[in-house]
Design a binder for this molecule. Structure first.
Ligand code: NDP
Length: 287
């Protein structure tokens, strides 16, 4: 076979982007499968995004991740957006189809895969409460709705954003999505199957904060999930575990959105354990 020194390129565009650990996880996965692929973590300011996407096309890059502030702005530079990403209104992953760049959103799909794989819960017909109505919540709500969750409740402190997200996603997915204004402590009912913290409460450096939620009435099987991954051990999850409830941390969502990205780009299945270990190492967490 003739020598082939050409590397395939993927990467992440964002600003700031230096602390994004995804590259460490993807490069470990490429190495583990002997793939000559590189993941470039690139600082791209908003006014250069158009040029940067032209660069993706010129270099024949195989795919991309987008992070703050490009997840919405990138859409106008792509050839097509997947239906769920169009509903979410944001793209965090781009894949190639020939010369065309297709926008995807793997955040909610990653969450769903973590719920199914790591927690062993099928969201179909489940009643789910989602705290927050930002980008992460939108992605999670959309994928839960498309996966057949029976009832979704958006609990948010800002009425405008919460109401708009619930109404818009309900109209687009035809799922039952309601809004509850978050004032004081939110008391979880005994009919909730899955509770998700999709706010940024607990995110570094605010590590001692916890969403004001009372889950004393929850049924013993209610799965409590946190999207915060830095740190993955949050006071919210600790309180849930103290009450004997099963929990799922934000690392699972982060790993699985990367796993799905890897599959979309390479067409191969990565070694999930390798990705998890690389991510934990990159975040300075014990293996
Ligand atoms: P946004 O800024 O878009 O949304 C933040 C949400 O949190 C809003 O609904 C906001 O409410 C709510 N919120 C923030 N602070 C408070 C507070 N003190 N009390 C009540 N509500 C609050 O952020 P994202 O959705 O992009 O990110 C949310 C979290 O998800 C972050 O921690 C991020 O790191 C994490 N994330 C994790 C991923 C993973 O793979 N694990 C992937 C993507 C994100 P309001 O509308 O009232 O302002």
């Amino acid at each position: 076979m003739p020598a082939n020194f050409k590397a395939e390129l993927v990467g992440c565009f964002g600003q700031p982007v230096a602390e994004n650990p995804t590259g460490a996880m993807q490069e470990a996965a490429f190495r583990a499968l002997g793939l000559n692929w590189r993941y470039l973590t690139v600082e791209v300011p908003p006014e250069k995004l158009r040029d940067a996407i032209l660069g993706v096309r010129a270099f024949g890059m195989r795919g991309l991740n987008l992070t703050i502030p490009h997840k919405v702005a990138v859409i106008e530079h792509l050839d097509r957006v997947a239906p769920d990403a169009a509903i979410i209104g944001a793209v965090n992953t781009v894949r190639r189809e020939g010369d065309r760049l297709i926008g995807e959103n793997t955040d909610g799909k990653g969450f769903l895969r973590a719920v199914r794989t790591a927690a062993g819960v099928d969201p179909r017909n489940r009643r789910v409460v989602v705290l927050g109505a930002g980008g992460a919540a939108r992605a999670i709500l959309t994928e839960l709705a498309l996966a057949g969750a029976a009832d979704l409740l958006v609990v948010n402190r800002s009425a405008g954003r919460g109401e708009a997200v619930a109404a818009e996603l309900a109209a687009k997915t035809k799922a039952c999505i309601r809004f509850h204004l978050w004032r004081g402590v939110y008391a979880v009912g005994d009919d909730t199957d899955v509770l998700v913290n999709a706010t940024s409460i607990g995110l570094y450096p605010d590590v001692d904060s916890m969403p004001p939620v009372d889950f004393r009435a929850a049924h013993p099987g209610m799965l409590v999930c946190d999207v915060v991954f830095n740190p993955p051990e949050t006071p919210f999850l600790a309180a849930a575990r103290k009450q004997g409830l099963p929990t799922l941390d934000g690392l699972g969502m982060l790993v699985y959105q990367g796993v799905i990205g890897f599959e979309l780009w390479t067409g191969q299945k990565p070694l999930e354990a390798v990705m998890t270990q690389a991510l934990r190492q990159a975040l300075g967490l014990p293996g």
